[in-house]
Structures are given as C-alpha cells and as structure tokens.
Design a protein. Structure first.
Length: 417
C-alpha cells in the first residue's frame, strides 16, 4: 500500500510543481524556509486533539496509530522527493468535551501551531469554531458531520454530511419494510440532528418517526432511560428503534436493552456512533443484535482497495480500524500534501486554498477527498454493517452497501459465514 500511496502522491506533487508551486519547508512551530535543497532538516508540527479519555475514548485511542502511520507516509513522500521536511504530530487529550477541545486548540495556537487535526465530535467542532475563525486556525475534523456547522470557514471535515447519511438510512429502512420508527439517542449535536433528518426523509418516503427520545450524556448508567424506552415501545408499537449513541453509553444501553423482552421484538437501526468500540462486542449484545436483526451504516466507499490495504498496514502499527479511522488518515495526508504544495507557507489562507486543490485529486482509504463549498467531504456511499461471530470471535461485519438509492447486500445478514 505504501508504494501505491507514494507513487500517487509524487505524481500529484510533480503536477503541482509544474503548475508553479515550489516545494519548501516549515520549521518548528512557526517559521517557513523556502527553497529546495536546504540541507538542514525542517520540522512541521501538526496539532492533534482526540478524546483519549472519556466516553468515546475506546474509538479515538485507535486513531493514534493511524496518525503515526500517516506521518510516516508523509515523511516517506518527502524523503523520496529528496526533501528535508519532516512532519510531526503533537497529540493532546480533550476528554471528548467541547471545553477540552477548545483548550487544546488554544494551547496549540499559543505554541505557534495553526493546523489542527480533530476533534472527534460535532459538539467539539462547534465549540472551537469561533476561536478558529478569529485566529485563522485551519482545522480538519475527521468524524464530525452535523449539518448545523456546515459553513464556509477554516474548518474542513473528512466525514460526509449527516444529511446524506440520514437519507441513506431512511432508504434502508424502507427497503427493510420499516415504516414506523421510534428514535432513541444521546442528546448531542450529531445524534440530535441525525434523528431530525432521518425523520424528515422517512416521512418523505411514506414512513414516520412516531416519537423522538433523547437521553443525557455523561451518566454512569442508562437503565432508567432504557426502561422508559421500553414503555414507549409498548405504547406506540413501532416497527423499529433508530438508535444513535457512542461506545460507553452504547454498550450500557444495549446491555440493558437485551434484558427487556419488548425491546428484543422490534428491529434496530443504527449508524456509526459506536462502530469499532470493543466494549460492544459481548455475547449479550451480539446475540441481541442478531435477535433484532440490527443493521448499521457508516460512510466508507463501497469498493476501495486502498481501504483494505490501509486496514492491513494499520495492524503493523498496533492499530485496529474503528469509526472514522480512514478519515483520520486522509485528514493528515491532505493537510501534509497541502503544506508541501504551498512551498511551506505559514499563511493558513494559502494552505487552505491549497487544501481545496489537493482534495480534488486525492484518493485515499476514505475515498475521494473532494470538498463541497462548506468544506465537507462530498463522497456519499455507505457500508451496511451488523454484529456477528466470525471464526468464534465477535466482530463488526460489513454485509452490503448503499450508493445513492441503490442498496445491495453482499453477504447474508446475521450470518456467521
């Protein structure tokens, strides 16, 4: 995979040079030195803010080896071109909170770092937006996709918009003959907006969301919320529960749900919120997913050999693919290539413009990098997944894909084969 990536990027960079871009160097936390052939090594540091503790940490911890892999690949590209530029990552834990993300971005800025990868959640991206705009800090967030913050600014997102994804899930619901759903989700930026758009698109297709129930984040236990959900299911008798949550709360919710007979009699649909989290992979939850014929979707190109190679190479770094891992890789690569294209400019407006151009021709494990007018990734295909057993181990299993309104199952759902 590494050779394929490097070959592709060198072709891109040669084209960039032919178009009039000189390759230069960025040093330390703030100074650029232009010109090819400078013998002294120059370092360009990227600020990285991830939730390495807190409710989504089991997913984000797996992003650290992804960043290391991307940094190594960028440095190999620079080396193969005879450049003495070296990329490094300065990673801070934001705890998965808006306040933590803002504090980290402010810390980066105080040290002269104005290029940031992360944070993970839309609520965190929303929290840093004003500071990012005020100080022209270029942010590439790998997992945020709330349309509420889709604005032309200094924030780019390598995760496609939740609007497109919620429409895809509504199409899947109708394909599964689900016309009456009840939404149950954590009360946060992403899940709230996703639930609203899912209801909108399901209604347009002839179905309905009969009730929307949000539970507060940060609780030690969600047993009472799940019990309340069961009461509403008894009363309203939906065909399906649309569930949106993350790793810690998701494991707690699904464990409680598995103990309530009423909740095991309806279908469950979900999205990528807890995808890849190891605490979900228990016998109780996997059996519940099979019993309820649970289906989830997540934004990943339907057939991308670079993604499969990315997964294999990540193992060498001790990592496993979790939610948005491929988008983390693409975010680092896109920023690094944009920096090379500018000749090592310290002006984030210049780097921002280069990022837009780089994305037009970039294709990585997360697919085509092209951004829309708001800086959100345009790629709009999704993999259908479920939970199951493969070779006597509990796993997340891809079983199909959605492209536009086309839905294809490539494996028999809920089969261990």
């Amino acid at each position: 995979m590494e050779r394929k990536y490097i070959a592709f990027f060198i072709i891109f960079l040669v084209v960039g040079l032919a178009a009039g871009y000189a390759i230069g160097y960025y040093t330390g936390q703030g100074a650029a030195v232009a010109g090819v052939g400078v013998a002294k090594e120059r370092v360009y540091t990227l600020g990285v803010t991830f939730a390495l503790s807190g409710p989504v940490s089991s997913v984000c911890i797996q992003w650290e080896p992804v960043v290391k892999m991307a940094i190594d690949d960028l440095n190999n590209i620079a080396k193969s071109m005879g450049l003495n530029i070296v990329f490094k990552a300065y990673i801070l834990d934001d705890g998965g909170t808006p306040e933590g993300a803002l504090k980290n971005v402010q810390t980066f800025y105080s040290q002269g770092i104005k290029i940031v990868i992360g944070p993970a959640l839309s609520s965190q991206v929303k929290a840093i937006k004003s500071f990012s705009d005020s100080y022209k800090i270029l942010v590439v967030a790998p997992c945020s996709n709330s349309p509420a913050i889709a604005l032309p600014d200094y924030i780019f997102r390598t995760q496609p918009s939740a609007v497109t994804e919620s429409k895809a899930l509504a199409n899947l619901a109708m394909r599964e003959n689900i016309k009456k759903a009840l939404s149950f989700h954590i009360d946060d930026e992403f899940c709230n907006v996703f639930s609203q758009y899912f209801a909108k698109f399901l209604k347009e297709l002839g179905g309905e969301v009969v009730y929307d129930m949000a539970y507060p984040p940060g609780q030690a236990d969600y047993g009472s919320d799940v019990a309340a959900l069961a009461s509403w299911v008894e009363k309203l008798k939906p065909d399906c529960i649309f569930y949106c949550g993350y790793d810690t709360d998701g494991a707690n919710v699904l464990t409680h749900a598995a103990d309530i007979e009423t909740l095991g009699k309806v279908r469950w649909l979900t999205v990528e919120g807890f995808y890849g989290a190891p605490e979900i992979l228990t016998s109780k939850i996997v059996d519940f997913a099979t019993k309820t014929k649970m289906l989830g979707i997540r934004p990943v190109p339907i057939a991308n050999p670079l993604y499969d190679e990315f997964v294999e190479k990540l193992k060498k770094y001790g990592g496993i693919p979790t939610l948005c891992s491929e988008n983390v890789y693409d975010a680092v690569m896109l920023v690094g290539l944009a920096i090379l294209r500018t000749g090592g400019s310290t002006d984030t407006d210049v780097i921002k413009n280069a990022l837009i151009e780089v994305a037009k021709t970039y294709y990585g494990p997360g697919g085509w990098g092209l951004f829309d007018e708001n800086g959100d990734r345009l790629q709009a295909s999704f993999r259908i997944w479920t939970l199951g057993t493969v070779n006597a181990t509990y796993q997340y299993i891809d079983i199909g894909y959605i492209s536009d309104s086309t839905i294809v199952f490539t494996k028999s759902p809920w089969s261990s084969e």
